[in-house]
Design a protein. Structure first.
Length: 250
């Protein structure tokens, strides 16, 4: 899937929340292509309800509302083995400036990551995957920069960066690594409105980047697979910006 690079995940069991489209789908397909057993979640009743169901047909599927703490616990209880947890589910809400919307976004993008990670802690600690088990978060440029459009999403993603540091320190002795990828401007369902209706923002973003193109979901997937691989066995608590150089530009 990645030019000049291959991974072997034939012994790995992977859980990806929000794995049915966009970045989550690319991550799921990458792990499948590398031989992993992949379990994905989504909000619809069944996998066949998604356009990507053909390429993801080899995945196990669970309908999941990540704001439902009992459902997170139940999902973890159904798993017999887990080596890698990718907490990808999310999306900006239109009403984040309202109290209910703010709280919901924090729950989706921060609280749920902790609660699912904690529920899967025992499974991850029992992993025998080379290099250790992994928790992966999907962060954002709003982890570092303020945005008028994301008063909750941004702070939640900033909290996610700090959470990976904390889990990396506290759970490392259990053989669990925790890292994140901070995605730049990537073509996905989440950013479709931006590309279609905010050309000036896209132009300004690309102008600040060193690499003058927008990202693809596969760019994020490649970084995720590296960080959960044995090649990254001494990396934990880190967030890797995958952004074309946006975060270092002016």
């Amino acid at each position: 899937m990645f030019q000049g690079l291959t991974f072997d995940y034939s012994s790995a069991s992977v859980l990806i929340t929000g794995g049915t489209s966009g970045i989550g789908r690319a991550i799921a397909e990458a792990y499948l292509n590398a031989g992993a057993a992949v379990h994905i979640t989504g909000r619809k009743a069944q996998l066949s309800d998604y356009e990507a169901s053909d390429t993801l047909s080899a995945c196990a599927y669970t309908q999941l509302d990540v704001t439902d703490l009992a459902a997170l616990q139940q999902l973890a209880a159904t798993l017999n083995k887990l080596d890698i947890l990718v907490a990808n589910a999310g999306g900006t809400l239109m009403n984040e400036w309202e109290p209910e919307g703010f709280d919901e976004s924090i729950m989706i993008h921060l609280n749920s990551v902790y609660h699912l990670s904690a529920a899967c802690k025992g499974l991850l600690a029992a992993s025998e995957f080379p290099g250790g088990a992994s928790i992966m978060g999907i962060a954002s440029m709003t982890s570092y920069f303020g945005s008028r459009f994301t008063p909750a999403y941004g702070p939640a993603k900033a909290g996610l960066v700090q959470m990976m540091k904390t889990l990396g320190i506290c759970w490392g002795e259990l053989g669990i690594r925790a890292n994140a990828v901070a995605a730049g401007l990537v073509h996905s369902n989440l950013t479709s409105f931006t590309f279609e209706h905010m050309p000036d923002l896209v132009k300004d973003t690309l102008g600040r980047q060193g690499i003058k193109r927008s990202g693809q979901p596969e760019d994020i997937a490649a970084a995720v697979l590296f960080l959960t691989s044995p090649a990254a066995s001494w990396i934990t608590g880190q967030t890797l910006p995958v952004d074309g150089g946006f975060s270092v530009g002016m």
